[in-house]
Design a protein around this ligand. Structure first.
Ligand SMILES: C[S@@+](CC[C@H](N)C(=O)[O-])C[C@H]1O[C@@H](n2cnc3c(N)ncnc32)[C@H](O)[C@@H]1O
Length: 224
């Protein structure tokens, strides 16, 4: 299959703007060797998340969907001294790879990895008194987005930034007849967003080496 122009452009952007980082490169390599699916964010998307967290001045970050920890490392690197990331992953094998990647990046001390389904681990965070978080990245199963978003709101405060990945689904998000659980999850999420007074949100379509998709950016606030 011929390469899409947006893959080439992604490579150009990454070559120019995203410096090689041994720990991030090693995390991708280790994930690949361990047979994890290559569904991590791209380097330029990872840096975008990192910049958003820095712009927000985030000291506490919550991530739902760790995989091998690639995006987690980008987010952890955005933290000031004393900051922390909590990241949630349901697959123990993915979590093992991520843990090793955090160790290799020297970040184990500031990343709290919880293994289990997010619908179980998210309520536990509230019970433990963790949060509110300054920045939340939702990137697990897409059918679960509505639930993760609602639970995330309970772990937020005014000013919390929430990013939800993969919400365009190659355009299938507009297919009202879709029976795909991921599309249904994203459509339900959009219905919730449309009537949710606690946040102000928008969605941006994206193309890149991972294809055509998009992300939602939301901010929690009294003036939302
Ligand atoms: C798209 S990947 C995350 C990629 C990662 N954020 C990155 O960019 O490097 C989604 C991850 O969510 C995990 N996951 C799927 N369902 C989950 C659930 N119910 N609770 C927690 N994690 C889940 C998957 O095992 C997978 O590792």
């Amino acid at each position: 299959m011929p390469e899409t122009p947006w893959s080439e452009v992604d490579r150009y952007i990454i070559d120019n703007l995203v410096a090689h980082d041994p720990a991030l490169d090693a995390a991708l390599e280790a994930s690949d060797v361990a047979g994890l699916p290559a569904i991590n964010v791209t380097p330029n998307q990872g840096k975008f998340l990192h910049l958003l967290a820095r712009i927000r001045g985030a000291r506490s970050i919550l991530e739902i969907g760790t995989l091998g920890g690639y995006s987690t490392i980008w987010l952890a690197r955005a933290l000031p001294a004393g900051g922390r990331v909590v990241t949630l992953e349901s697959d123990p094998k993915h979590a093992d790879v991520a843990r090793a990647n955090f160790r290799n990046a020297g970040l184990s001390g500031i990343i709290d990895l919880r293994v289990g389904r997010a619908s179980d681990t998210l309520p536990r965070l509230s019970e433990e008194g963790l949060g509110p978080f300054d920045f939340i990245f939702i990137d697990a199963d897409k059918a679960g987005i509505p639930e993760y978003f609602m639970l995330s709101l309970g772990l937020s405060r005014p000013g919390t930034v929430i990013v939800v990945d993969n919400v365009v689904r190659k355009g299938a998000v507009v297919d009202a007849a879709s029976t795909d659980p991921s599309v249904l999850g994203v459509r339900r999420f959009n219905e919730m967003l449309a009537s949710e007074k606690r946040v102000s949100a928008t969605t941006i379509q994206t193309v890149g080496s991972k294809g055509y998709d998009g992300f939602t950016l939301a901010v929690v606030g009294a003036d939302a």
